[in-house]
Design a protein around this ligand. Structure first.
Ligand SMILES: Cc1cc2nc3c(=O)[nH]c(=O)nc-3n(C[C@H](O)[C@H](O)[C@H](O)COP(=O)(O)O)c2cc1C
Length: 170
């Protein structure tokens, strides 16, 4: 499978560690993995102008780093959404990248997705998980799994091993 991982964190920290463990497991299982650090990119929010659904024919009117993410939305068989929890949701950067798929409606090929969430405190995940599940239902994509790391779980050997094993079993 071609797997695209979207890292919503603006820094290479706890979420990146989760992603690296996932990528290691997935690559060991023979999958092709691409990591897109959307948290470090300049991706604006959708303008709701509908240019993409008219004249633009699937192309957004905004010329920004979303152009780097769009090929993954068109080609990946699986999309992994990974984010630190910022005020009970995914980061603004990842949310923008998620919503800008509007230009093509939904990921073209993806049949599977997963969610990786990192947080400081235990269990601030309800908002992110609800968004993720509702979005997958709308897109007709199967949830392969959700893994969270809170506080001391971040970077722990046990958590990274859990993530690696999960990815290896895909
Ligand atoms: C702006 C901001 C908002 C945050 N909001 C929350 C929160 O609502 N709940 C929580 O448990 N942790 C919160 N955190 C902590 C991060 O989720 C946590 O440190 C996470 O591991 C960071 O991941 P990263 O190293 O990949 O950026 C917040 C951190 C920042 C910078």
């Amino acid at each position: 499978m071609k797997i695209a991982i979207l890292n919503g964190s603006p820094r290479l920290g706890n979420t990146a560690a989760m992603i690296n463990a996932f990528a290691e497991g997935a690559r060991e299982a023979g999958h092709e993995v691409e990591i897109l650090h959307v948290g470090k990119m300049k991706i604006n929010g959708c303008l709701g102008c509908e240019y993409c659904h008219g004249k633009g024919e699937g192309v957004c009117v905004q010329k920004d780093d979303m152009a780097k993410v769009m090929p993954a939305y068109k080609e990946a068989d699986m999309i992994v959404y990974a984010s630190p929890v910022y005020y009970f949701g995914m980061t603004a950067q990842l949310s923008a990248a998620i919503q800008r798929v509007y230009a093509i409606g939904k990921p073209a090929r993806a049949t599977k997705a997963a969610l990786l969430l990192s947080s400081g405190s235990p269990a601030p995940y309800a908002g992110s998980i609800a968004t993720y599940k509702d979005m997958l239902a709308y897109m007709g994509i199967e949830d392969a799994g959700i893994i969270t790391a809170a506080g001391a779980e971040n970077g722990s050997e046990a958590k990274l091993a859990e993530i690696k094993a999960f990815a290896k079993g895909l």
